[in-house]
Design a protein around this ligand. Structure first.
Ligand code: ACO
Length: 330
């Protein structure tokens, strides 16, 4: 059976206006611009305004993606939002996005694969379109991480930022689009990276709030150790399935967590670091939005052209990981 070629027909991204620099953090916690830059590469990140929630960031990115694809909300068959910072625990953020875009009766759901979310979302959309379930799917990766970070915890709060990236996924010219996908997860019930309270396991109460368990907690070194293997392994697996070599890639869009993790991945897959697009300096780690945000900015700068072979690759809480190889569509 011949499957159709599926790819991104329009991509858009959005970051909130408010810039939080490393120097701003120096005023709040015991840290320094020098420490943050040398350990992570991050110089600044964006924080959402008080009246902005994840769905608002999604809508801004979605409008740009739809414009680029020359489509309207009526052309969509499904809206899928990848996020670990939804507007509400109950009621999918994707439903709110549908309403704010003026859509009616479009199926909607959220997906939580943390920082691998955009890659997971694109993979789901690819499968559904190839399988003939839907024609056009809006995939959004978006986060308002500023709402779940502990501004007293210097180990985590300096890493994260807010943003959104949206892709209209549909049938594209033969030979273009998604060539292969690879997803994985290691779901051990440990506390490497999670928000301990506020879910069904430990609902928030006065004690959890006092312990600051309503904020995200991370064992940075454990995540680091996981990431330096997961990132190159996921990329290699997707390259093998697509039957292309790392040398053929024009550019790689990794999850924007830490410049040292990306440098290590570059060595492991023997690709020059210059091919790894990075904008974590400006936006920090935006989890589900990060890979799309990087691709969106590179497109805006004219760094990716029709026919270029690119890889998206990420890892995140779960622990999840994944990679996609695609031949760029426009
Ligand atoms: N400013 C100054 N000092 C700090 C800061 C800070 N912001 N944060 C930690 N330190 C201190 C620590 O307290 C420690 O001090 P000590 O030696 O007196 O105890 C020292 O710096 C070293 O701390 P480490 O944790 O060993 O620092 P490390 O070099 O491992 O860097 C970091 C920490 C940047 C978090 C690193 O481990 C990392 O990047 N890990 C991966 C994190 C990641 O990618 N997370 C996101 C992925 S998943 C997702 O995105 C949802």
């Amino acid at each position: 059976m011949e499957f159709k070629s599926v790819g991104i027909k329009g991509l858009g991204y959005y970051v909130p206006e408010k810039v939080m620099t490393n120097f701003d953090f120096e005023k709040i916690i015991d840290t320094s611009d020098e420490w943050i830059r040398t350990r992570t590469g991050i110089e600044e990140r964006r924080f959402a305004a008080v009246d902005q929630a994840t769905s608002d960031l999604c809508v801004e990115a979605a409008k740009k993606a739809l414009d680029r694809a020359n489509m309207t909300v009526e052309d969509l068959d499904l809206i899928l939002v990848a996020t670990c910072t939804p507007d509400y625990l109950v009621q999918a953020t994707a439903c709110l996005v549908q309403h704010k875009l003026g859509g009616k009766n479009i199926p909607c759901f959220d997906l939580n694969a943390a920082c691998s979310g955009f890659i997971y979302g694109l993979t789901v959309a690819n499968g559904m379109i190839k399988g003939g379930v839907y024609k056009n799917i809006l995939v959004i990766g978006a986060e308002t991480l500023s709402r779940i970070i502990d501004m007293q915890d210097r180990n985590t709060c300096i890493l994260f930022g807010d943003g959104a990236a949206a892709a209209v996924v549909g049938e594209v010219e033969e030979g273009y689009g998604i060539l292969s996908t690879y997803l994985g997860a290691e779901g051990e019930d440990d506390d490497i990276l999670r928000t301990p309270a506020g879910g069904t396991k430990k609902p928030n109460d006065a004690q959890t709030i006092e312990n600051r368990e309503n904020f995200v907690k991370m064992k940075g070194q454990d995540v680091f150790k996981f990431a330096v293997h997961a990132l190159p392994n996921a990329t290699k697996n997707a390259l093998n399935t697509a039957d292309v070599s790392a040398n053929d890639l024009t550019m790689i869009f990794p999850h924007q967590a830490n410049v040292r993790i990306i440098e290590s991945a570059a060595k492991r897959i023997h690709v020059p670091i210059e091919k790894f697009y990075m904008n974590l300096q400006k936006f920090g780690n935006t989890s589900s939005a990060s890979v799309g945000l990087a691709l969106g900015e590179a497109l805006e700068k004219g760094l990716v052209k029709k026919g270029d072979l690119i890889a998206l690759t990420g890892f995140g809480a779960g622990l999840t990981y994944g990679s996609i190889i695609m031949r760029w569509t426009y």
